[in-house]
Design a protein around this ligand. Structure first.
Ligand SMILES: NCc1[nH]cc(CCC(=O)O)c1CC(=O)O
Length: 311
């Protein structure tokens, strides 16, 4: 049996898709896989890419090709996949996820703590920008555009001294760059960071069964808790929260952080619950955040995001 796999043309997407195919081949030695690259709006639109309204720009066109049976399944970075998929599609498989944390990359190996005052730090994410400013009010944070390789190249020029990226991105690309890890306490990751999502047609039980052989149960539970929390917050006030869940043998702990856009206020919730009920954990963490006044923090985020995007 031969499967046609959809990926974006970006190096990260191709690297992730090749990783998935290697894993699938180990689990399904008789199957063959062929990559079909599809250029998406996210690949041609060069603005910083975290805008809440733009969620899905990378995926929609590829998912459409799955729905239209032009391809059999699609490989995405989960954190870029919107919570609502087309009704004929499902998140058929969540393989074992990579590190969830962010990293700080500078040519001379300086860390966020040690970099010189006045340094210029690039990030595409306003949430990361706020977190940088909270740790180091004496540096300047600037939006940075382009894919991961382009952003890394920009720190060898005159405009940026360092950048912040998801660790999973550089690991998956196999990039050998000097970096220091940022703690998830200071840099609460985007829900789903580090995880890959494989989207298939809900009625294609044969493909789903083949994909399920590389499912990682813990990664699935963790991302379900994170995405439930994110939807819960999003339904009340649309702004980014950091969230990550970690499971052990019996429990799962969900840690959530939200900031005001000026970085002055923050809210933190950490909740442990039954591993078999990640959605209920996500919801109860969301309720607690709401009780603590998360809606007040949402103020001005949207305006600032738009402003940041125009820079
Ligand atoms: N939004 C872009 C994006 N989508 C997935 C990754 C990295 C891999 C991952 O987080 O799973 C990145 C780059 C980044 O956030 O630095």
């Amino acid at each position: 049996m031969k499967y046609v796999v959809g990926a974006r043309g970006s190096q990260l997407s191709i690297a992730q898709t090749n990783w998935v195919i290697d894993e699938l081949k180990k689990a399904n030695p008789d199957a063959e896989y062929e990559i079909k690259t599809i250029t998406t709006k996210g690949d041609t639109d060069n603005r910083p890419l975290f805008t809440i309204d733009q969620k899905g720009i990378f995926e929609k066109e590829i998912d459409k090709a799955v729905a239209l049976k032009e391809i059999d399944f699609a490989v995405h970075s989960l954190k870029d996949v919107p919570s609502e998929l087309d009704e004929n599609l499902i998140l058929a498989c969540i393989p074992k996820r990579e590190a969830v944390n962010d990293v700080f990359i500078s040519p001379d190996g300086s860390s966020l703590d040690s970099i010189k005052p006045g340094a210029v730090i690039g990030t595409s994410s306003l949430r990361r920008a706020v977190q940088v400013s909270r740790k180091r009010p004496d540096v300047t944070v600037k939006p940075i555009r382009g894919n991961i390789e382009t952003r890394i190249k920009k720190i060898s020029g005159d405009n940026y001294d360092a950048i912040v990226l998801a660790k999973a991105g550089i690991t998956r690309l196999g990039l050998d760059v000097k970096h220091t890890e940022l703690s998830t306490d200071d840099f609460s990751p985007s829900p789903g960071q580090g995880a890959i999502a494989i989207v298939a047609r809900a009625d294609d039980s044969q493909t789903i069964e083949m994909l399920k052989r590389i499912e990682d149960a813990d990664s699935r539970l963790e991302i379900e808790a994170e995405r439930t929390l994110s939807d819960f917050v999003d339904s009340g006030c649309r702004f980014p929260v950091g969230a990550y869940a970690k499971s052990n043998d019996s429990d799962i702990t969900l840690t959530v952080t939200a900031f005001s856009v000026d970085g002055k206020q923050s809210l933190h919730v950490s909740k442990t619950g039954d591993k078999n009920n990640p959605k209920s954990l996500g919801k109860s963490a969301g309720e607690e955040l709401r009780k603590k006044g998360v809606n007040d923090l949402a103020l001005n985020w949207r305006e600032k995001v738009e402003e940041w995007n125009k820079t």
